[in-house]
Write a protein that binds this ligand. Structure first.
Ligand SMILES: [Zn+2]
Ligand SMILES: [Zn+2]
Length: 230
């Protein structure tokens, strides 16, 4: 499969079933004149991801922003090669910036995937609980959802098909190695549930719509909600 049209404005251009299971789900957002990419995969399949962008009817050099939901290698490994090609601006949370701008296998888990990470600069560093960044004609609400990592974010946008949230690794896994915090994670999940989303674009499990989005998050709350430590 080359790409999948998720809903209004949103395409899956990388990830399991598209470019491979080593990549997180990579989502493309059509922001009018500009494009935004949500995460960039492990790095090995950047060429395929960019080809998929083209198959969906867009030019890769229209990618003006890459939003890194957190600093794990399967989400950020592809950023540096795309920045080298087209120079998009990188947006990430301040608390995961170190993992993106420096080389720390503990933070990126690159050693688990047997790859070397090429660091890249974060151009726009998020600090707040909820910051809004306008890209083209789309408002991205950057929600800080710590838990999986300290600087995890879950951006959402409002489209003709309703509210679409890019939750990525909201399901974990959790490890002290990269600073997971289950108490904060629980708060983050409650925060996401309160947003009344219509579409959940998940980082590895694909897309959940309507009630299934809520059910997906609630099932993980049930599974991990009682645990106190990671
Ligand atoms: Zn992760
Ligand atoms: Zn992941």
């Amino acid at each position: 499969m080359r790409y999948k049209n998720v809903c209004d404005r949103v395409y899956a251009v990388g990830g399991p079933g598209i470019t491979g299971g080593d990549d997180c789900c990579v989502y493309l957002v059509d922001c009018g004149a500009d494009l935004a990419l949500i995460d960039a995969g492990l790095g090995r399949s950047v060429d395929n991801i960019l080809r998929n962008v083209q198959s969906a009817g867009y030019e890769p050099h229209w990618i003006k922003y890459i939003i890194a939901t957190h600093c794990h290698i399967d989400h950020i490994g592809g950023i540096a090669p795309i920045v080298n090609l087209y120079g998009p601006k990188v947006i990430a949370h301040e608390l995961d910036r170190k993992g993106i701008e420096e080389v720390h296998d503990d933070l990126t888990a690159a050693d688990l995937y047997g790859v070397k990470y090429t660091p890249t600069k974060v151009d726009i560093s998020l600090r707040g609980e909820h910051e809004m960044i306008r890209i083209g004609d789309v408002d991205f609400h950057m929600i800080h959802t710590p838990g999986h990592t300290p600087g995890s974010i879950s951006p959402f946008i409002d489209t003709d098909d309703g509210r679409v949230l890019f939750g990525q690794d909201i399901h974990g896994p959790f490890s002290p190695r990269w600073g997971s915090d289950l108490a904060k994670w629980k708060e983050s999940m409650e925060k996401i549930l309160s947003l009344n989303i219509d579409v959940l674009c998940e980082g590895h499990a694909g897309v959940y719509k309507g009630e299934n989005a809520r059910r997906y998050i609630e099932s993980y709350l049930k599974r991990y909600g009682q645990s106190r430590s990671v």
